[in-house]
Design a protein around this ligand. Sequence first.
Ligand SMILES: C[S@@+](CC[C@H](N)C(=O)[O-])C[C@H]1O[C@@H](n2cnc3c(N)ncnc32)[C@H](O)[C@@H]1O
Length: 526
Amino acid sequence: MAHLLPLRVFLSSQTQETPSKPLKLSKRSNNHKTSISTAKKGLLSPSHKMHKLNLEVSPHRAVSAVRLMRIEFGGAFADLLNEKGKGSGDNEMGYVERTLGFRTRDLDDRDLRLVTDIVGGTIRWRRYLDHLIGSLCHDESMFRSMEPLLLQILRIGFYEIVKLNMPPYAVVDENVKLAKVALRPGAGNMVNGILRKLVLVKENNSLPLPKLEGDSRAQARALATLYSHPVWMVRRWTKYLGQEEAIQLMMWNNSDPSFSLRANAAKGITRDDLVMQLNSLKVPHEVSLHLDDFVRVKIGLQNVIRAGLLKEGLCSVQDESAGLAVSVVDPQPGEDIIDCCAAPGGKTLYMASRLRGKGKVHAIDINKGRLRILKETAKLQKVDGVVDTIHADLRTFAENSPMKSGKVLLDAPCSGLGVLSKRSDLRWNRRLEDMEQLKNLQDELLDAASTLVSSGGVLIYSTCSIDPEENNDRVEAFLVRHPEFRIDPVNRYVPSDFVTKQGFYFSDPVKHSLDGAFAARLVRTL
Ligand SMILES: C[S@@+](CC[C@H](N)C(=O)[O-])C[C@H]1O[C@@H](n2cnc3c(N)ncnc32)[C@H](O)[C@@H]1O
């Protein structure tokens, strides 16, 4: 039986904010014992409220369940939630309390790591986990009508048992406790029944998983479940890469992401300085094989965030694949570069730092909020002297502006299919229909960007996609529409391992263990 202790907690104004989209829990009972205990009116000021503290429910499971609800139903992004770190702990508990009706003890470092692992993993493996849960329910309708919070708790339990290999009976007990306290005793019984079935089938090596057999459609459906991706992605990758490589790509997408940090030269920080900082923070790292300013970090990013290295502008989180796309631009001190789709500024800021204080990056973007972030980060990283921002739709800007440059970067809006290992929720938000719309937009933006390139100048088209229809095909279609441009092979700018037969830059997640990215250099001959 769970004990709920009343606790007087002093909340900051931040923690009293209501979430932008309140979460609705269907079928949640009104009489469970965990409702928030508010102070009697008049006894306490509004900032001093009474709260129910539950010391028995494991904090990382409660927080994970609520994060998962926020990502699936509240429009939050998985990567943004994971980046917040410890400082947001009280805020996070506020969400837990509003959603579950009680607080748990605060998260320690181990809990935080578990939350990151469990939330990321549960989202990635959602299709696979739901298949197992559905197979072990009494019938299809039981699974289909399951209330959202109960389903999240089951997904967490299944993920912990099947993918994290945690001690199964402890997982069962903990998740049963959570379901009982957050929902009602009956929900706990249901979690108990289904998780125990899972433990048995896992022990007998007989997880009910689909077999890879039948026609290509049936095989795509089976692969989509086994590797937890949408069926349309499996079909697309099987068509372009073949089954074996498509499987490897899905395995990469399901693996824990690694991150790279770029030392900010504009603030006088060298990679050696950054390495010293990482050593003192005991963050394991490897220097980049491809870029002088970059260091790769597999675990411990939270320590870097907490130590304030990003807040102070000493370094930024940037994948080497994006850094290499900047190498394709090859910014030189004194140059004027137009960055057509610039926000939130990853490439703008790296290009700006490579100008060494001389020249300008003109950063255009349609999104005012993201452009504001770029401007603030430019100040923080001390490159604001060489960056100016232009809030505009590139298509109208190009029609009306006399601006021309010898270097124009179009880092186009794309599907992001190259960054699925970092963006664990993206695969479930992308639809096949998006691809057609994106391709049309990419063509329009390429046409617009090309008018800004001066004679003899170069247009660099880049994406963070691995999809040929967004990459090679867009360039080929552009060259048909614009015979005044020709391909400038990228051999001089990136290691040969990243250069395609056609002379484009391509970072392949499976081959290079980086995010997927693409860039082409197109020279205006007239
Ligand atoms: C892939 S992101 C750019 C990322 C950025 N280059 C970086 O490295 O951080 C694409 C950007 O294109 C912008 N965008 C989309 N349509 C646009 C348009 N019509 N005109 C200008 N910017 C546009 C989006 O707001 C988004 O910020």
